[in-house]
Design a protein around this ligand. Structure first.
Ligand SMILES: Cc1cc2nc3c(=O)[nH]c(=O)nc-3n(C[C@H](O)[C@H](O)[C@H](O)COP(=O)(O)OP(=O)(O)OC[C@H]3O[C@@H](n4cnc5c(N)ncnc54)[C@H](O)[C@@H]3O)c2cc1C
Length: 436
């Protein structure tokens, strides 16, 4: 048994890392416990990396509230930490009469979600905004606030910040059993080691229902909903500088075309319910489906080279909203169903969890002095990269030595986390589900 913590957060994705950071801002001992070898190695590394305004959320839901709040929190945090973010805007395009007729309803929905910047535009304006769009667009809805962001840097910044605030990160700690006692909960790991906690937060993403079961609950089931994506070469970036959205359906947000923060263009994601929670490989059928969509949306994009394909698994649940519930008797809180908006909402989920824990009886005293948030190295193509910064190179010539010529990673940058970070990398392996 290692030491006992006031709070143990299970799962070091964006949501768990944001919660650990938030709680570590209080007079508490906090541990962030992760099954995998590194933080941010689950769904948080393989998504579409859009900072959503929440314009299309279901009004009145917890998700709508937290996405909208998370949008502002993460925008602000990105500014303070250097997480790369680009204010690209989005345009939602209607391709048939039915979709065109749906635009006023979508605008009303955005208003109901507190987002008042959407405008309905005609076909000419759509083509003026995205000249390379395929033929047949009938009109659109602008969403000026939608932005692109680096999901990896978000996760890493939150986990690093949590560590700087005193939290302990325990990787390679998969929770496989729970022992409940009056004072302490014992979390048993796959290696035989255990971690003791006064309070436990379950932010295990795709594994949240299994962990919930260990506490004796049977309230939901996670269905992994795979989203496959195609990433095009940086030369394609000139084709599109906005996020091109489809009209959403009951199954989700649909297939989009978006610039990436790294200077590429992506097409996707698909939406397919699976059984296997580890199935992060791409499929021939998924990629063919995307190519057919892409051919109609932007034929010129298909002439560009494909750099990569990847897939991520949304933690879809049989419940129409985020499922965040505290059990004061067990000193336990579940964070479930953070399906397709958790990158955006993570920091707001953390605030909400903090308040739920306080209401359930956890004593929270904010720390008087907190360290500054970490300054993250820039991975975004739209901002000066280390190899372009003469001052940085003068201070440390390693920033002038390029070790990866495709992505122009310098020796200084590749050493950044290993040598200087409070949360050094556990592996240089990009894993089985590379992100955008
Ligand atoms: C294709 C796709 C596109 C998306 N696009 C967007 C987008 O554009 N914008 C947006 O805001 N959101 C988007 N999302 C959603 C977003 O990526 C997720 O909501 C978010 O990453 C969820 O974070 P998380 O921390 O809950 O889960 P995860 O990142 O999966 O973290 C959960 C962690 O818990 C660990 N774990 C599980 N079981 C255990 C256990 N028993 N013991 C210890 N650890 C455990 C896992 O290893 C994992 O690291 C998208 C998702 C997908 C799949």
């Amino acid at each position: 048994m290692t030491s006992a913590y006031d709070v143990v957060v299970i799962g070091a994705g964006i949501v768990g890392s944001a919660i650990a950071r938030e709680l570590a801002g209080h007079d508490l001992s906090v541990a962030l416990v992760e099954a995998r070898r590194d933080v941010g190695d689950g769904t948080s590394k393989a998504n579409t990396a859009i900072l959503h305004t929440g314009f299309d959320a279901k009004p009145g839901t917890l998700e709508s509230r937290l996405v909208s709040r998370g949008y502002h929190l993460l925008s602000d945090y990105a500014e303070h930490t250097g997480i790369p973010i680009e204010r690209t805007e989005a345009i939602l395009v209607a391709w048939d009469r039915e979709q065109l007729d749906a635009l006023p309803g979508l605008q009303e929905k955005a208003e109901a979600n507190g987002y008042h910047q959407c405008e309905i535009v005609d076909a000419a304006s759509v083509y003026a905004a995205v000249p390379n769009l395929g033929p047949g667009a009938l009109g659109g809805l602008t969403v000026p606030g939608e932005s692109i962001i680096c999901t990896w840097t978000v996760n890493l910044a939150l986990a690093t910040d949590a560590v700087n605030r005193g939290a302990t990160v325990l990787t390679d700690h998969r929770i496989v059993g729970v022992g409940l006692d009056r004072e302490l909960t014992t979390l048993h790991t796959g290696t035989g080691e255990s971690v003791a906690a006064r309070w436990v937060v379950n932010a295990a993403g795709l594994g949240a229902d299994h962990v919930d079961g260990l506490f004796g609950h049977h309230r939901f089931t996670v269905t992994p909903r795979r989203g496959e994506l195609i990433v095009y070469d940086k030369l394609a970036r000139a084709l599109v500088d906005k996020i091109v959205l489809p009209v959403p359906t009951a199954r989700g947000k649909g297939v989009l075309i978006s610039p990436t923060i790294y200077g590429n263009v992506m097409l996707g994601p698909t939406s397919e319910d699976l059984q296997d929670r580890t199935a992060t490989g791409t499929s021939q059928a998924g990629l063919e489906f995307l190519l057919a969509k892409g051919r109609a949306l932007m034929p010129r994009l298909l002439e560009e080279e494909v750099t990569a394909t990847y897939a991520g698994l949304r933690a879809a649940i049989d419940h129409g909203d985020y499922l965040i519930e505290a059990d004061p008797a067990q000193r336990y809180l579940l964070v479930g169903g953070i399906r397709s908006t958790g990158l955006t909402a993570g920091m707001a989920v953390a605030e909400y969890v903090r308040d739920q824990l306080a209401a359930a009886g956890l004593a929270l005293r904010p720390r008087t002095a907190l360290p500054d948030p970490p300054r993250m190295p820039n991975l975004g193509e739209a901002f000066p990269r280390p190899f372009q910064q003469a001052e940085l190179i003068a201070a440390d010539p390693a920033y002038g030595r390029v070790v990866c010529f495709c992505e122009r990673v310098t020796e200084g940058r590749s050493a950044t986390r290993a040598d200087r970070s409070s949360h050094p990398p556990r592996s240089t392996d990009s894993g089985d589900a590379p992100g955008p």
